[in-house]
Ligand binder design. Structure first.
Ligand code: NAG
Ligand code: NAG
Ligand code: NAG
Ligand code: NAG
Ligand code: NAG
Ligand code: NAG
Ligand code: NAG
Length: 508
Protein backbone atom coordinates (compact mmCIF):
# COMPACT_ATOMS: atom_id res chain seq x y z
CA UNK A 1 0.00 0.00 0.00
CA UNK A 2 2.33 2.72 1.14
CA UNK A 3 5.31 3.55 -1.02
CA UNK A 4 3.95 1.57 -3.89
CA UNK A 5 5.14 4.40 -6.04
CA UNK A 6 8.70 3.25 -5.63
CA UNK A 7 8.31 -0.38 -6.53
CA UNK A 8 5.75 -0.02 -9.27
CA UNK A 9 6.93 2.64 -11.62
CA UNK A 10 4.19 4.63 -13.17
CA UNK A 11 3.68 4.45 -16.88
CA UNK A 12 5.94 6.81 -18.64
CA UNK A 13 7.13 7.81 -22.03
CA UNK A 14 10.84 8.05 -22.17
CA UNK A 15 10.65 9.24 -25.74
CA UNK A 16 8.98 12.42 -24.59
CA UNK A 17 12.37 13.69 -23.63
CA UNK A 18 13.40 13.00 -27.16
CA UNK A 19 10.65 15.03 -28.75
CA UNK A 20 13.38 17.42 -29.72
CA UNK A 21 15.20 14.61 -31.37
CA UNK A 22 17.85 16.69 -33.03
CA UNK A 23 20.18 15.89 -30.22
CA UNK A 24 19.39 12.22 -30.49
CA UNK A 25 20.12 12.31 -34.19
CA UNK A 26 23.29 14.16 -33.49
CA UNK A 27 24.26 11.42 -31.07
CA UNK A 28 23.41 8.75 -33.59
CA UNK A 29 25.39 10.48 -36.26
CA UNK A 30 28.25 10.77 -33.86
CA UNK A 31 27.96 7.08 -33.15
CA UNK A 32 28.25 6.22 -36.80
CA UNK A 33 31.16 8.56 -37.24
CA UNK A 34 32.88 6.98 -34.33
CA UNK A 35 32.14 3.47 -35.54
CA UNK A 36 33.95 4.35 -38.73
CA UNK A 37 36.74 5.91 -36.76
CA UNK A 38 37.00 2.74 -34.73
CA UNK A 39 37.63 0.85 -37.92
CA UNK A 40 40.56 3.09 -38.65
CA UNK A 41 41.79 2.62 -35.17
CA UNK A 42 41.54 6.30 -34.42
CA UNK A 43 38.87 6.10 -31.81
CA UNK A 44 41.07 4.31 -29.39
CA UNK A 45 42.90 7.46 -28.66
CA UNK A 46 39.67 9.47 -28.83
CA UNK A 47 38.11 7.21 -26.26
CA UNK A 48 41.03 7.48 -23.96
CA UNK A 49 41.05 11.20 -24.40
CA UNK A 50 37.34 11.44 -23.78
CA UNK A 51 37.28 9.22 -20.73
CA UNK A 52 40.14 11.07 -19.19
CA UNK A 53 38.60 14.35 -20.11
CA UNK A 54 35.24 13.56 -18.58
CA UNK A 55 36.67 12.32 -15.33
CA UNK A 56 39.18 15.07 -14.92
CA UNK A 57 36.74 17.73 -15.88
CA UNK A 58 34.53 16.45 -13.10
CA UNK A 59 37.24 17.83 -10.92
CA UNK A 60 36.80 21.17 -12.57
CA UNK A 61 39.71 21.93 -14.84
CA UNK A 62 39.39 24.73 -17.32
CA UNK A 63 38.42 23.32 -20.68
CA UNK A 64 36.42 25.62 -22.94
CA UNK A 65 32.69 24.88 -22.74
CA UNK A 66 32.21 23.75 -26.30
CA UNK A 67 35.07 21.34 -26.19
CA UNK A 68 33.91 19.96 -22.89
CA UNK A 69 30.54 19.26 -24.32
CA UNK A 70 31.91 17.55 -27.32
CA UNK A 71 34.34 15.56 -25.26
CA UNK A 72 31.49 14.31 -23.17
CA UNK A 73 29.41 13.33 -26.19
CA UNK A 74 32.36 11.41 -27.51
CA UNK A 75 32.66 9.59 -24.25
CA UNK A 76 29.03 8.63 -24.33
CA UNK A 77 29.24 7.31 -27.81
CA UNK A 78 32.59 5.70 -27.82
CA UNK A 79 32.41 3.91 -24.53
CA UNK A 80 28.75 3.23 -24.22
CA UNK A 81 26.47 3.31 -27.17
CA UNK A 82 28.65 1.81 -29.85
CA UNK A 83 29.20 -1.25 -27.74
CA UNK A 84 25.50 -2.00 -27.54
CA UNK A 85 24.24 -4.39 -30.15
CA UNK A 86 21.82 -2.67 -32.49
CA UNK A 87 22.36 0.77 -31.06
CA UNK A 88 22.83 2.43 -34.43
CA UNK A 89 19.55 0.96 -35.65
CA UNK A 90 17.59 1.70 -32.50
CA UNK A 91 14.91 4.35 -32.34
CA UNK A 92 15.43 7.38 -30.19
CA UNK A 93 13.17 5.99 -27.51
CA UNK A 94 15.20 2.83 -27.07
CA UNK A 95 18.58 4.44 -26.66
CA UNK A 96 18.20 5.43 -23.05
CA UNK A 97 16.90 2.11 -21.66
CA UNK A 98 19.49 0.35 -23.82
CA UNK A 99 22.28 2.35 -22.32
CA UNK A 100 21.06 1.86 -18.75
CA UNK A 101 20.53 -1.82 -19.36
CA UNK A 102 24.05 -2.07 -20.73
CA UNK A 103 25.44 -0.50 -17.60
CA UNK A 104 23.26 -2.75 -15.47
CA UNK A 105 24.74 -5.75 -17.25
CA UNK A 106 28.26 -4.52 -16.61
CA UNK A 107 27.54 -4.10 -12.93
CA UNK A 108 26.01 -7.57 -12.80
CA UNK A 109 29.10 -9.00 -14.53
CA UNK A 110 31.49 -7.33 -12.15
CA UNK A 111 29.43 -8.53 -9.21
CA UNK A 112 29.27 -12.05 -10.58
CA UNK A 113 33.02 -12.25 -11.06
CA UNK A 114 33.82 -10.54 -7.78
CA UNK A 115 31.66 -12.82 -5.68
CA UNK A 116 34.42 -15.40 -5.87
CA UNK A 117 36.77 -12.94 -4.19
CA UNK A 118 34.84 -12.56 -0.95
CA UNK A 119 37.03 -12.61 2.08
CA UNK A 120 37.94 -9.21 3.42
CA UNK A 121 35.52 -6.68 4.78
CA UNK A 122 36.39 -4.20 2.04
CA UNK A 123 35.42 -6.73 -0.61
CA UNK A 124 32.21 -7.56 1.21
CA UNK A 125 31.37 -3.84 1.35
CA UNK A 126 32.07 -3.53 -2.34
CA UNK A 127 29.85 -6.46 -3.20
CA UNK A 128 27.05 -5.03 -1.13
CA UNK A 129 27.41 -1.66 -2.85
CA UNK A 130 27.53 -3.18 -6.33
CA UNK A 131 24.49 -5.27 -5.55
CA UNK A 132 22.62 -2.17 -4.43
CA UNK A 133 23.75 -0.29 -7.55
CA UNK A 134 22.60 -3.15 -9.77
CA UNK A 135 19.20 -3.16 -8.11
CA UNK A 136 18.78 0.57 -8.70
CA UNK A 137 19.79 0.26 -12.35
CA UNK A 138 17.32 -2.55 -12.83
CA UNK A 139 14.61 -0.49 -11.23
CA UNK A 140 15.51 2.45 -13.48
CA UNK A 141 15.34 0.32 -16.62
CA UNK A 142 11.98 -1.02 -15.53
CA UNK A 143 10.67 2.45 -14.79
CA UNK A 144 11.46 3.77 -18.25
CA UNK A 145 10.42 0.74 -20.28
CA UNK A 146 6.92 0.30 -18.87
CA UNK A 147 4.53 0.44 -21.81
CA UNK A 148 2.90 3.82 -22.15
CA UNK A 149 -0.62 3.87 -20.75
CA UNK A 150 -3.71 4.59 -22.78
CA UNK A 151 -3.76 8.20 -21.80
CA UNK A 152 -2.50 10.35 -24.62
CA UNK A 153 -0.60 13.50 -24.02
CA UNK A 154 -2.78 14.95 -21.29
CA UNK A 155 -1.47 17.43 -18.81
CA UNK A 156 -1.47 14.72 -16.16
CA UNK A 157 1.17 12.68 -17.95
CA UNK A 158 3.63 15.52 -17.81
CA UNK A 159 3.58 15.22 -14.03
CA UNK A 160 4.10 11.51 -14.13
CA UNK A 161 7.04 11.94 -16.41
CA UNK A 162 8.61 14.48 -14.14
CA UNK A 163 8.11 12.17 -11.17
CA UNK A 164 9.58 9.18 -12.93
CA UNK A 165 12.46 11.24 -14.24
CA UNK A 166 13.12 12.42 -10.70
CA UNK A 167 13.03 8.85 -9.42
CA UNK A 168 15.40 7.61 -12.09
CA UNK A 169 17.79 10.53 -11.60
CA UNK A 170 17.82 9.70 -7.89
CA UNK A 171 18.49 6.02 -8.47
CA UNK A 172 21.17 6.56 -11.09
CA UNK A 173 22.89 9.12 -8.88
CA UNK A 174 22.74 6.67 -5.98
CA UNK A 175 24.11 3.84 -8.13
CA UNK A 176 27.12 6.01 -8.93
CA UNK A 177 27.48 6.95 -5.27
CA UNK A 178 27.43 3.26 -4.30
CA UNK A 179 30.09 2.58 -6.88
CA UNK A 180 32.21 5.42 -5.49
CA UNK A 181 31.82 4.10 -1.96
CA UNK A 182 32.84 0.65 -3.13
CA UNK A 183 35.84 2.02 -4.94
CA UNK A 184 36.88 4.19 -1.98
CA UNK A 185 36.58 1.42 0.54
CA UNK A 186 38.71 -0.73 -1.71
CA UNK A 187 41.32 1.98 -2.19
CA UNK A 188 41.57 2.51 1.53
CA UNK A 189 41.68 -1.20 2.20
CA UNK A 190 44.86 -2.06 3.83
CA UNK A 191 46.44 -4.62 1.55
CA UNK A 192 49.69 -4.42 3.54
CA UNK A 193 52.10 -7.28 3.16
CA UNK A 194 49.62 -10.05 2.65
CA UNK A 195 50.18 -11.29 -0.88
CA UNK A 196 46.76 -12.85 -1.16
CA UNK A 197 44.98 -9.74 -0.06
CA UNK A 198 47.00 -7.64 -2.48
CA UNK A 199 46.10 -9.95 -5.33
CA UNK A 200 42.41 -9.92 -4.44
CA UNK A 201 42.36 -6.17 -4.19
CA UNK A 202 44.04 -5.79 -7.57
CA UNK A 203 41.62 -8.27 -9.09
CA UNK A 204 38.64 -6.44 -7.66
CA UNK A 205 39.91 -3.10 -8.97
CA UNK A 206 40.25 -4.76 -12.34
CA UNK A 207 36.61 -5.81 -12.31
CA UNK A 208 35.69 -2.24 -11.54
CA UNK A 209 37.60 -0.83 -14.51
CA UNK A 210 35.48 1.73 -16.35
CA UNK A 211 32.38 0.93 -14.32
CA UNK A 212 32.43 4.44 -12.88
CA UNK A 213 32.54 5.93 -16.38
CA UNK A 214 29.68 3.74 -17.51
CA UNK A 215 27.56 4.77 -14.55
CA UNK A 216 28.46 8.38 -15.08
CA UNK A 217 27.58 8.10 -18.77
CA UNK A 218 24.25 6.47 -18.03
CA UNK A 219 23.44 9.34 -15.74
CA UNK A 220 24.46 11.89 -18.35
CA UNK A 221 22.55 10.10 -21.12
CA UNK A 222 19.43 9.87 -19.04
CA UNK A 223 19.70 13.46 -17.96
CA UNK A 224 20.16 14.62 -21.53
CA UNK A 225 17.60 12.41 -23.25
CA UNK A 226 15.38 10.82 -20.66
CA UNK A 227 14.19 13.72 -18.56
CA UNK A 228 11.24 15.77 -19.75
CA UNK A 229 12.58 18.54 -21.93
CA UNK A 230 15.97 16.86 -21.84
CA UNK A 231 18.19 17.34 -24.81
CA UNK A 232 18.21 21.04 -24.23
CA UNK A 233 21.52 21.41 -22.54
CA UNK A 234 20.52 24.44 -20.57
CA UNK A 235 21.80 23.64 -17.15
CA UNK A 236 19.64 26.00 -15.24
CA UNK A 237 16.52 24.89 -16.97
CA UNK A 238 17.16 21.25 -16.26
CA UNK A 239 18.30 22.05 -12.83
CA UNK A 240 15.17 24.02 -12.04
CA UNK A 241 13.05 21.21 -13.31
CA UNK A 242 14.86 18.70 -11.19
CA UNK A 243 14.51 20.81 -8.15
CA UNK A 244 10.84 21.10 -8.84
CA UNK A 245 10.52 17.36 -9.23
CA UNK A 246 10.35 14.88 -6.42
CA UNK A 247 14.10 14.80 -5.90
CA UNK A 248 14.00 17.85 -3.94
CA UNK A 249 10.47 19.04 -4.08
CA UNK A 250 10.86 20.34 -0.60
CA UNK A 251 12.79 23.18 -2.12
CA UNK A 252 9.76 24.59 -3.79
CA UNK A 253 7.03 24.12 -1.29
CA UNK A 254 8.36 23.23 2.03
CA UNK A 255 8.12 26.25 4.11
CA UNK A 256 4.68 25.03 4.87
CA UNK A 257 4.65 21.45 3.79
CA UNK A 258 5.65 18.74 6.11
CA UNK A 259 5.93 15.87 5.50
CA UNK A 260 7.18 16.00 1.91
CA UNK A 261 4.89 15.16 -0.98
CA UNK A 262 6.16 11.63 -1.43
CA UNK A 263 4.99 10.56 2.01
CA UNK A 264 1.78 8.53 1.81
CA UNK A 265 -1.20 9.83 3.79
CA UNK A 266 -1.13 6.85 6.17
CA UNK A 267 2.55 7.50 6.88
CA UNK A 268 1.84 11.17 7.29
CA UNK A 269 -0.60 10.32 10.06
CA UNK A 270 1.99 8.12 11.76
CA UNK A 271 4.44 11.01 11.75
CA UNK A 272 2.16 13.61 13.24
CA UNK A 273 -0.07 11.46 15.47
CA UNK A 274 0.20 11.48 19.24
CA UNK A 275 2.53 8.63 20.16
CA UNK A 276 -0.22 7.09 22.28
CA UNK A 277 -2.44 6.74 19.22
CA UNK A 278 0.07 4.67 17.27
CA UNK A 279 -0.47 0.92 17.30
CA UNK A 280 2.97 -0.63 16.94
CA UNK A 281 3.75 -4.00 15.39
CA UNK A 282 6.57 -4.60 17.86
CA UNK A 283 7.60 -3.08 21.15
CA UNK A 284 11.19 -2.87 22.33
CA UNK A 285 11.59 -2.51 26.10
CA UNK A 286 14.66 -2.96 28.22
CA UNK A 287 12.61 -4.23 31.13
CA UNK A 288 11.32 -7.17 29.15
CA UNK A 289 7.83 -5.76 29.01
CA UNK A 290 7.83 -5.60 25.21
CA UNK A 291 8.10 -8.04 22.37
CA UNK A 292 11.87 -7.56 22.17
CA UNK A 293 14.68 -6.54 24.50
CA UNK A 294 16.72 -4.63 21.96
CA UNK A 295 16.24 -2.87 18.65
CA UNK A 296 18.43 -5.22 16.63
CA UNK A 297 16.19 -8.14 17.60
CA UNK A 298 13.06 -6.31 16.56
CA UNK A 299 14.57 -5.24 13.24
CA UNK A 300 15.58 -8.81 12.54
CA UNK A 301 12.05 -9.97 13.27
CA UNK A 302 10.56 -7.47 10.83
CA UNK A 303 9.35 -8.88 7.50
CA UNK A 304 11.56 -8.53 4.42
CA UNK A 305 10.60 -6.39 1.45
CA UNK A 306 7.47 -5.27 3.22
CA UNK A 307 5.30 -2.93 1.19
CA UNK A 308 3.27 -2.22 4.32
CA UNK A 309 4.44 0.00 7.11
CA UNK A 310 6.02 -1.85 10.05
CA UNK A 311 6.12 0.16 13.27
CA UNK A 312 8.59 -0.60 16.05
CA UNK A 313 7.94 1.30 19.25
CA UNK A 314 11.12 1.70 21.27
CA UNK A 315 10.35 2.52 24.89
CA UNK A 316 12.42 5.01 26.84
CA UNK A 317 15.86 3.74 27.77
CA UNK A 318 19.45 3.74 26.62
CA UNK A 319 20.10 1.00 24.08
CA UNK A 320 23.75 0.28 23.56
CA UNK A 321 23.91 -1.39 20.19
CA UNK A 322 24.83 -0.78 16.57
CA UNK A 323 21.65 -1.22 14.58
CA UNK A 324 21.65 -2.07 10.89
CA UNK A 325 18.47 -1.81 8.88
CA UNK A 326 19.43 -3.60 5.69
CA UNK A 327 18.09 -3.17 2.19
CA UNK A 328 15.52 -5.91 2.67
CA UNK A 329 13.95 -4.21 5.66
CA UNK A 330 11.76 -1.79 3.80
CA UNK A 331 9.14 0.57 5.23
CA UNK A 332 10.29 0.30 8.82
CA UNK A 333 9.42 2.99 11.30
CA UNK A 334 11.04 3.52 14.69
CA UNK A 335 9.00 5.46 17.21
CA UNK A 336 10.63 6.53 20.47
CA UNK A 337 9.39 8.16 23.64
CA UNK A 338 11.20 11.38 22.81
CA UNK A 339 14.66 12.57 21.88
CA UNK A 340 16.71 12.23 25.05
CA UNK A 341 14.43 9.51 26.43
CA UNK A 342 14.81 6.79 23.85
CA UNK A 343 18.52 6.73 23.06
CA UNK A 344 20.53 4.41 20.82
CA UNK A 345 24.23 4.58 21.56
CA UNK A 346 27.31 3.30 19.79
CA UNK A 347 30.96 4.21 19.97
CA UNK A 348 32.70 2.85 16.89
CA UNK A 349 35.12 5.06 15.04
CA UNK A 350 37.48 4.75 12.11
CA UNK A 351 40.29 4.49 14.60
CA UNK A 352 39.03 1.05 15.61
CA UNK A 353 39.74 -0.29 12.11
CA UNK A 354 36.25 0.35 10.83
CA UNK A 355 35.47 2.10 7.59
CA UNK A 356 33.45 5.28 8.05
CA UNK A 357 30.54 3.32 6.72
CA UNK A 358 30.60 0.80 9.53
CA UNK A 359 30.95 3.19 12.42
CA UNK A 360 27.30 4.24 12.32
CA UNK A 361 25.29 3.64 15.45
CA UNK A 362 22.19 3.35 13.28
CA UNK A 363 22.62 2.51 9.62
CA UNK A 364 19.63 2.43 7.28
CA UNK A 365 19.64 1.11 3.71
CA UNK A 366 16.03 -0.04 3.52
CA UNK A 367 13.80 2.33 1.61
CA UNK A 368 10.80 4.04 3.15
CA UNK A 369 12.44 4.38 6.56
CA UNK A 370 10.86 6.69 9.12
CA UNK A 371 11.93 7.60 12.63
CA UNK A 372 10.55 9.98 15.24
CA UNK A 373 11.23 11.05 18.80
CA UNK A 374 14.57 9.33 19.34
CA UNK A 375 18.22 10.10 19.91
CA UNK A 376 20.94 8.38 17.91
CA UNK A 377 24.37 8.93 19.32
CA UNK A 378 27.97 8.01 18.68
CA UNK A 379 30.01 8.38 21.84
CA UNK A 380 33.42 7.66 20.35
CA UNK A 381 34.46 10.98 21.88
CA UNK A 382 36.07 14.22 20.75
CA UNK A 383 39.53 12.82 20.20
CA UNK A 384 38.49 10.10 17.76
CA UNK A 385 38.33 10.46 13.97
CA UNK A 386 35.21 9.71 11.87
CA UNK A 387 32.48 8.21 14.02
CA UNK A 388 29.06 8.31 12.40
CA UNK A 389 25.90 8.41 14.50
CA UNK A 390 23.29 8.01 11.76
CA UNK A 391 23.82 6.79 8.22
CA UNK A 392 20.95 6.77 5.74
CA UNK A 393 21.11 5.50 2.16
CA UNK A 394 17.59 4.14 1.64
CA UNK A 395 15.30 6.18 -0.58
CA UNK A 396 12.48 8.29 0.90
CA UNK A 397 13.64 8.48 4.49
CA UNK A 398 11.95 10.80 6.98
CA UNK A 399 13.44 11.65 10.35
CA UNK A 400 11.28 13.73 12.65
CA UNK A 401 12.01 15.27 16.05
CA UNK A 402 15.19 13.31 16.56
CA UNK A 403 18.61 14.15 17.92
CA UNK A 404 21.66 12.93 16.04
CA UNK A 405 24.70 13.44 18.21
CA UNK A 406 28.35 12.78 17.63
CA UNK A 407 31.71 14.36 17.03
CA UNK A 408 33.43 13.99 13.69
CA UNK A 409 31.11 13.09 10.77
CA UNK A 410 27.84 12.82 12.62
CA UNK A 411 25.15 12.50 10.00
CA UNK A 412 26.04 10.55 6.89
CA UNK A 413 23.37 11.31 4.29
CA UNK A 414 24.85 8.75 1.96
CA UNK A 415 22.41 8.48 -0.97
CA UNK A 416 18.88 9.04 -2.28
CA UNK A 417 16.10 11.21 -0.87
CA UNK A 418 15.97 12.09 2.80
CA UNK A 419 14.02 14.57 4.86
CA UNK A 420 14.90 15.73 8.37
CA UNK A 421 12.53 17.93 10.31
CA UNK A 422 12.79 19.51 13.79
CA UNK A 423 15.97 17.58 14.47
CA UNK A 424 19.08 18.44 16.39
CA UNK A 425 22.39 17.49 14.83
CA UNK A 426 25.56 18.05 16.83
CA UNK A 427 29.09 17.31 15.73
CA UNK A 428 32.20 18.74 14.20
CA UNK A 429 34.30 18.69 11.07
CA UNK A 430 31.80 17.27 8.52
CA UNK A 431 28.69 17.44 10.65
CA UNK A 432 26.36 16.54 7.79
CA UNK A 433 27.95 14.92 4.77
CA UNK A 434 27.31 12.48 1.96
CA UNK A 435 25.80 12.47 -1.49
CA UNK A 436 22.09 12.28 -0.83
CA UNK A 437 19.37 14.67 -1.88
CA UNK A 438 18.75 15.64 1.73
CA UNK A 439 16.61 18.38 3.19
CA UNK A 440 17.06 19.57 6.75
CA UNK A 441 14.17 21.70 7.81
CA UNK A 442 13.75 23.68 11.02
CA UNK A 443 16.67 21.79 12.51
CA UNK A 444 19.28 22.90 15.00
CA UNK A 445 22.85 22.27 13.91
CA UNK A 446 25.39 22.45 16.67
CA UNK A 447 29.07 22.78 15.95
CA UNK A 448 31.36 21.35 18.57
CA UNK A 449 34.79 22.41 19.70
CA UNK A 450 37.53 21.33 17.35
CA UNK A 451 40.94 19.95 17.85
CA UNK A 452 43.52 22.36 16.49
CA UNK A 453 44.00 21.99 12.74
CA UNK A 454 40.42 20.88 12.21
CA UNK A 455 37.79 22.84 10.35
CA UNK A 456 34.09 22.80 11.01
CA UNK A 457 32.10 22.10 7.90
CA UNK A 458 28.47 21.93 8.60
CA UNK A 459 27.46 20.41 5.33
CA UNK A 460 30.03 18.64 3.24
CA UNK A 461 28.41 17.47 0.10
CA UNK A 462 30.06 14.57 -1.62
CA UNK A 463 28.97 15.12 -5.19
CA UNK A 464 31.33 13.39 -7.56
CA UNK A 465 29.54 13.91 -10.84
CA UNK A 466 28.16 17.13 -12.31
CA UNK A 467 24.93 15.37 -13.28
CA UNK A 468 24.12 14.03 -9.83
CA UNK A 469 20.70 15.08 -8.65
CA UNK A 470 21.94 15.47 -5.13
CA UNK A 471 22.57 18.16 -2.60
CA UNK A 472 22.08 18.95 1.05
CA UNK A 473 19.50 21.68 1.56
CA UNK A 474 19.27 23.49 4.84
CA UNK A 475 15.98 25.31 5.38
CA UNK A 476 15.17 27.57 8.25
CA UNK A 477 17.70 25.88 10.49
CA UNK A 478 19.65 27.35 13.36
CA UNK A 479 23.41 26.98 13.43
CA UNK A 480 24.58 27.21 17.01
CA UNK A 481 27.76 26.48 18.87
CA UNK A 482 27.54 23.47 21.15
CA UNK A 483 28.33 24.33 24.80
CA UNK A 484 31.97 23.26 24.44
CA UNK A 485 32.46 25.56 21.48
CA UNK A 486 30.47 28.46 22.93
CA UNK A 487 32.71 28.35 25.98
CA UNK A 488 35.82 29.21 24.02
CA UNK A 489 34.36 31.35 21.25
CA UNK A 490 36.08 29.20 18.68
CA UNK A 491 36.00 30.07 15.05
CA UNK A 492 33.30 28.34 13.11
CA UNK A 493 33.45 28.00 9.42
CA UNK A 494 30.53 27.14 7.28
CA UNK A 495 30.76 25.48 3.94
CA UNK A 496 27.58 24.75 2.15
CA UNK A 497 27.11 22.06 -0.44
CA UNK A 498 27.98 22.60 -4.06
CA UNK A 499 25.68 23.13 -6.97
CA UNK A 500 22.21 21.85 -6.25
CA UNK A 501 22.04 22.79 -2.66
CA UNK A 502 20.12 25.77 -1.58
CA UNK A 503 20.67 27.30 1.73
CA UNK A 504 18.56 29.41 3.88
CA UNK A 505 20.37 28.83 7.09
CA UNK A 506 20.09 31.42 9.76
CA UNK A 507 23.25 31.60 11.76
CA UNK A 508 23.84 32.89 15.18
C1 NAG B 1 18.35 -5.95 -20.61
O1 NAG B 1 19.34 -6.88 -20.95
C2 NAG B 1 18.98 -8.22 -20.73
C3 NAG B 1 20.14 -9.11 -21.11
O2 NAG B 1 21.20 -8.88 -20.27
C4 NAG B 1 17.76 -8.59 -21.56
O3 NAG B 1 17.36 -9.91 -21.29
C5 NAG B 1 16.63 -7.64 -21.20
O4 NAG B 1 15.51 -7.89 -22.02
C6 NAG B 1 17.07 -6.21 -21.38
N1 NAG B 1 16.01 -5.35 -20.90
C7 NAG B 1 15.63 -4.28 -21.57
C8 NAG B 1 14.49 -3.51 -21.00
O5 NAG B 1 16.17 -3.92 -22.58
C1 NAG C 1 34.16 -11.91 -15.76
O1 NAG C 1 34.71 -13.17 -16.05
C2 NAG C 1 34.49 -13.59 -17.38
C3 NAG C 1 35.03 -15.00 -17.52
O2 NAG C 1 36.19 -15.16 -16.78
C4 NAG C 1 35.18 -12.61 -18.31
O3 NAG C 1 34.96 -12.99 -19.65
C5 NAG C 1 34.60 -11.24 -18.09
O4 NAG C 1 35.28 -10.28 -18.87
C6 NAG C 1 34.72 -10.84 -16.64
N1 NAG C 1 34.01 -9.61 -16.42
C7 NAG C 1 34.58 -8.55 -15.83
C8 NAG C 1 33.72 -7.38 -15.64
O5 NAG C 1 35.72 -8.56 -15.46
C1 NAG D 1 -6.63 0.77 -22.99
O1 NAG D 1 -7.98 1.11 -22.90
C2 NAG D 1 -8.84 0.07 -23.30
C3 NAG D 1 -10.27 0.57 -23.27
O2 NAG D 1 -10.37 1.74 -22.54
C4 NAG D 1 -8.67 -1.13 -22.40
O3 NAG D 1 -9.51 -2.20 -22.79
C5 NAG D 1 -7.22 -1.55 -22.44
O4 NAG D 1 -7.02 -2.60 -21.52
C6 NAG D 1 -6.33 -0.40 -22.10
N1 NAG D 1 -4.96 -0.80 -22.27
C7 NAG D 1 -4.04 -0.50 -21.36
C8 NAG D 1 -2.64 -0.97 -21.69
O5 NAG D 1 -4.27 0.10 -20.34
C1 NAG E 1 4.15 -3.87 31.51
O1 NAG E 1 3.19 -3.20 30.69
C2 NAG E 1 1.88 -3.24 31.20
C3 NAG E 1 0.97 -2.63 30.17
O2 NAG E 1 1.62 -1.61 29.45
C4 NAG E 1 1.84 -2.50 32.53
O3 NAG E 1 0.55 -2.57 33.05
C5 NAG E 1 2.81 -3.15 33.51
O4 NAG E 1 2.89 -2.43 34.69
C6 NAG E 1 4.22 -3.21 32.86
N1 NAG E 1 5.10 -3.99 33.74
C7 NAG E 1 6.30 -3.55 34.06
C8 NAG E 1 7.13 -4.46 34.89
O5 NAG E 1 6.73 -2.45 33.67
C1 NAG F 1 19.47 -8.54 21.86
O1 NAG F 1 18.77 -9.43 22.71
C2 NAG F 1 19.01 -10.81 22.42
C3 NAG F 1 18.18 -11.63 23.36
O2 NAG F 1 16.98 -11.05 23.64
C4 NAG F 1 20.48 -11.10 22.62
O3 NAG F 1 20.71 -12.46 22.27
C5 NAG F 1 21.30 -10.21 21.72
O4 NAG F 1 22.68 -10.41 21.97
C6 NAG F 1 20.95 -8.76 21.99
N1 NAG F 1 21.67 -7.95 21.02
C7 NAG F 1 22.28 -6.83 21.34
C8 NAG F 1 22.96 -6.11 20.23
O5 NAG F 1 22.27 -6.39 22.47
C1 NAG G 1 10.90 24.24 14.88
O1 NAG G 1 11.67 23.49 15.80
C2 NAG G 1 11.50 23.89 17.13
C3 NAG G 1 12.50 23.13 17.97
O2 NAG G 1 12.53 21.78 17.61
C4 NAG G 1 10.06 23.62 17.55
O3 NAG G 1 9.88 24.01 18.91
C5 NAG G 1 9.14 24.43 16.66
O4 NAG G 1 7.79 24.10 16.96
C6 NAG G 1 9.41 24.10 15.20
N1 NAG G 1 8.69 25.02 14.38
C7 NAG G 1 7.79 24.60 13.49
C8 NAG G 1 7.14 25.66 12.68
O5 NAG G 1 7.52 23.42 13.34
C1 NAG H 1 22.42 17.05 -19.30
C2 NAG H 1 23.68 17.51 -18.66
O1 NAG H 1 23.73 18.47 -17.92
N1 NAG H 1 24.73 16.77 -18.91
C3 NAG H 1 26.02 17.12 -18.41
C4 NAG H 1 26.59 15.97 -17.60
O2 NAG H 1 27.91 16.25 -17.26
C5 NAG H 1 28.75 16.51 -18.36
C6 NAG H 1 30.13 16.71 -17.85
O3 NAG H 1 30.64 15.52 -17.39
C7 NAG H 1 28.29 17.72 -19.12
O4 NAG H 1 29.09 17.96 -20.23
C8 NAG H 1 26.89 17.45 -19.57
O5 NAG H 1 26.39 18.59 -20.23
Amino acid sequence: MAHIKLGSPEPTRPQRGCAQSTRCRRLLILISIISVALAVGLAVSLTIFAVRRSRSHVRGDAVPGALRHRAHDLTLCATELTTLPGAAAAGDADLVPMSLNGTRRRVADALYNATALAGSRAIADCLEMLDAAGELLERSVRAITVAPSNATGTAATADTDTDTAGDVMTWLSAALTYYDTCHDSLQQADADDDKDRRRIKAQMLQYLTNLGEHLSNSLAIFKALGTPGGGIPVHNQIHQRLLASSNDDANTNTDVSFPPRWVEPSDRRLLVAEAADIVPDMVVAKDGNGTHMNITDAVEAAPEYSSCRVVIYVKAGVYTENVKIGRRKTNLMLVGDGAGDTVVVGSLSVQDQFKTFHTATLSVSGEGFMMRDMTVENRAGPAKPQAVALLVSGDHAVVYRCAVLGYQDTLYAHAQRQFYRDCEVAGKVDVVFGNAAAVLQNCTLRARLLLTQQKNTVTAQGRTDPNHSTGISVHGCRLLPAPDLAAVQGRTRRTWGGRGSRTRGRCT
